[in-house]
Design a protein around this ligand. Structure first.
Ligand code: NG1
Length: 415
């Protein structure tokens, strides 16, 4: 019996009806662009989590091999629970159940993972999508299509409090082996991008945890606010609609006007200057962002617009890599390095992430950058396959690990 089935049986006294696989992801390039409706280029990886499930008449119960918290809620109770009173991973389960609305039946769930949850590999979205698909399959209704699960998962994570974009959920649900996934937003469109087999992708921990509670959530939401303030100010200055996302300013005039933006501004000041209400600027699915006061605006906008151009350039370089993998490696590596430098200005890097990237480059990686939200968590590097072991070893020496090669893998599915 597989380990997860044994764990499920020992917890619930009965075997599971099935097991769902939800992979983690690394983002190759396009960081902090998704919530401005600008593109990203992630790939799902060969690490992730399994959720074993079985139907249950009137309750949802859940446990995990990795964490002590459990949930056991009646269907009636689910509608009255307050997410802010829960701690740990059951918050994501409540987010999932909330967006599913009134349930006709429940489920028994058990989670096991080989995906570090320290930040950057999208463990929160893998968990959300794994739970969502397991609850969906445990119910009697027809299974929902992946694109519907993606939309529900985005909303579920916002219920938990991070006003995220949609990169992770799309990547995890729609990825295919051997390929990255270019994702555009508003409307969402995805395109598979083959990756050269002679390259290795290395994921390495900075040794600093960046879980989505407290500190990281506040840093992240402050950047989301920074992009909204920048867009409102650019709209006002360029005579365009100020209630748009930064994607509406991804053109030469928009880029040039960024230089005139204030280094920092508050929602209150921008609301006064632009007539966009502060309630609009601070809106969120979880009842409004906490107003952090002045946040970085100019560096945030410059990073986001330039990073979107780097996504286009990386996709072009990868297309060339299909014909000439060796020739495309340096251009892709240079884009990764440029992305990391830009994220330093944006404020998402840390000294540990910086020295980790330097260590991997010195060991033979052609490019390295933080991946995911940053503020700690993971970095990725790209290297010719024969140098991968040396890069992993250098990363482990720099930060104490873990570091490992990740393979571009297929997405969410029933095993
Ligand atoms: P992480 O925290 O690495 O899973 C987060 C967001 C993404 C994206 C990146 C930054 C969530 C679930 N994910 O990724 O949507 O904005 O940061 O590019 O919040």
């Amino acid at each position: 019996m597989r380990e997860i089935e044994a764990a499920f049986s020992s917890r619930y006294g009965t075997g599971p009806a099935g097991v769902v696989w939800a992979p983690g992801r690394v983002n190759i390039i396009g960081e902090h662009t998704d919530y401005s409706d600008l593109p990203v280029l992630p790939m799902a990886i060969d690490r992730g989590l399994k959720v074993a499930y079985a139907p249950a008449a009137d309750r949802v119960a859940a446990s995990s091999s990795a964490f002590p918290e459990t949930a056991d809620w009646s269907l009636d109770q689910i509608q009255t629970l307050d997410v802010s009173t829960l701690s740990g991973w059951p918050r994501y389960l409540l987010g999932v159940l909330r967006v599913l609305g009134t349930l006709d039946s429940g489920g028994l769930l058990h989670v096991a993972a080989d995906l570090p949850s320290v930040g950057g590999l999208s463990s929160s979205s893998a968990l959300t999508l794994g739970l969502l698909k397991a609850v969906d399959l445990a119910s009697e209704s027809a299974p929902r299509p992946s694109v519907e699960l993606v939309e529900l998962a985005i909303e579920a994570e916002r219920v938990v409090g991070v006003e995220s974009g949609g990169m992770d959920q799309n990547a995890i649900a729609l990825a295919e082996a051997g390929k990255a996934l270019r994702i555009d937003f508003a409307p969402t469109r995805t395109r598979l991008v083959p990756l050269p087999q002679t390259w290795s992708w290395i994921a390495a921990s900075s040794g600093v945890e960046a879980p989505k509670g407290g500190r990281v959530r506040d840093h992240y939401n402050a950047r989301v606010l920074g992009t909204r303030l920048a867009a409102a100010l650019l709209g006002k200055r360029l005579g365009r609609d100020p209630r748009q996302r930064l994607a509406a300013f991804h053109d030469p005039d928009g880029r040039a006007a960024c230089a005139e933006l204030p280094a920092e501004a508050s929602a209150r000041r921008v609301a006064r200057e632009t007539d966009v209400p502060s309630g609009f600027l601070l809106a969120s699915s979880a009842g409004g962002l906490v107003d952090p006061g002045p946040v970085s605006v100019r560096a945030v906008a410059l990073h986001v617009l330039d990073e979107a151009s780097r996504v286009d350039a990386a996709e072009r370089a990868l297309a060339a890599g299909a014909l000439d993998p060796a020739g495309a490696l340096d251009p892709v590596g240079a884009l990764l390095d440029a992305s990391h430098a830009s994220l330093q200005d944006f404020g998402a890097s840390t000294p540990e992430l910086d020295s980790l990237c330097t260590a991997m480059s010195s060991a033979g990686a052609v490019g390295a950058r933080l991946t995911g939200a940053g503020f700690g968590g993971f970095a990725i590097a790209v290297a010719p396959r024969e140098r991968a072991d040396a890069v992993v070893a250098a990363a482990e020496r720099a930060c104490g690990g873990p570091a490992f090669v990740v393979e571009p893998s297929s997405g969410l599915r029933k095993l």
